[in-house]
Design a protein around this ligand. Structure first.
Ligand SMILES: C[S@@+](CC[C@H](N)C(=O)[O-])C[C@H]1O[C@@H](n2cnc3c(N)ncnc32)[C@H](O)[C@@H]1O
Length: 258
């Protein structure tokens, strides 16, 4: 959880004084992102361009892992959590923002053949995801990977998924992208299904940094889900795990509950 507004000048000066080695990479990122912003129409186009640039440097760092060991560990953390919470091989799982299958490779291996669906806005990371499928010998599990241009999930059928999972996706999403997901995700979930997503939590002022990292209050996301007829629960047990992000679980309100 972060209480500081990382976008504020005071925070940035304090941070720069404490971490002088990070000033020049930050300025390089700021310059690149400003350029990408000028060349793209909206957040999705912009973030897709960020992912293209990041993936060209390495797909594991592009999804946020500093080393291969961290990549393996962060995938394992996501997988173990869902299994502890009742994910079964016969479940059908949709992963939103699946990246290069950091956790997806474990889901694919565990689930029955054909039960894993991954969507992502970045064609570049989805190509890297195919390398993960080949490298981990997962071809025979027939995973489905789809590039998407938005989160309306329009190509997916009604009531198809037992579990929907999005790790470190809303931490890179402005409010309207999250809201679009909330508008549509209920349609593709089975009535008893659940949707877990992580987010960068602040108990201070909501803010964003470089158009890449977005910090929300729990109450904001819970209320937004409620506006779309979804029940949102803050997952306390996730807080004990080694992740900087927090997790919320979305379920469908029983019909007749408004
Ligand atoms: C930090 S990476 C995490 C990837 C994966 N969830 C994991 O834990 O390894 C974020 C991923 O979400 C994708 N992404 C960001 N915004 C998205 C959106 N609105 N819809 C679908 N994918 C999105 C990015 O392209 C990227 O692959």
């Amino acid at each position: 959880m972060h209480n500081n507004n990382r976008a504020s000048i005071v925070h940035q000066i304090r941070y720069a004084l404490g971490h002088p080695g990070r000033i020049s990479p930050h300025l390089r990122r700021l310059t690149r992102n400003t350029w990408l912003r000028l060349r793209t129409r909206d957040h999705i186009g912009y973030y897709r361009a960020v992912m293209r640039s990041d993936t060209a440097r390495g797909s594991e760092s592009a999804v946020g892992s500093r080393s291969h060991e961290r990549w393996l560990a962060m995938g394992r953390l996501q997988f173990d959590y869902l299994v502890r919470h009742g994910l079964r091989p016969d479940h059908r799982l949709l992963e939103i923002g699946c990246g290069n299958l950091r956790a997806g490779r474990l889901f694919i291996d565990y689930l029955d053949t054909g039960n894993y669906y991954g969507v992502d806005i970045s064609p570049d990371i989805l190509i890297a995801a195919q390398d993960t499928i080949v490298g981990h010998g997962l071809r025979d599990k027939l995973p489905h990977l789809m590039p998407v241009g938005d989160l309306r999930l329009a190509a997916l059928p009604d009531r198809a998924f037992d579990v929907v999972h999005a790790h470190s996706v809303f931490s890179h999403s402005p409010r309207h992208v999250i809201e679009e997901c909330f508008q549509h995700v209920g349609r593709i979930m089975k009535p008893a299904g659940w949707f877990d997503f992580t987010f960068d939590r602040t108990e201070g002022e909501e803010h964003q940094v470089l158009g890449e990292d977005f910090y929300y209050r729990t109450a904001t996301l819970v209320a937004l889900a409620g506006e779309h007829g979804l029940q949102a629960t803050f997952m306390d047990d996730w807080e004990k795990l080694p992740s900087k992000q927090s997790k919320i679980r979305i379920t469908l309100r029983p019909s007749g509950d408004g």
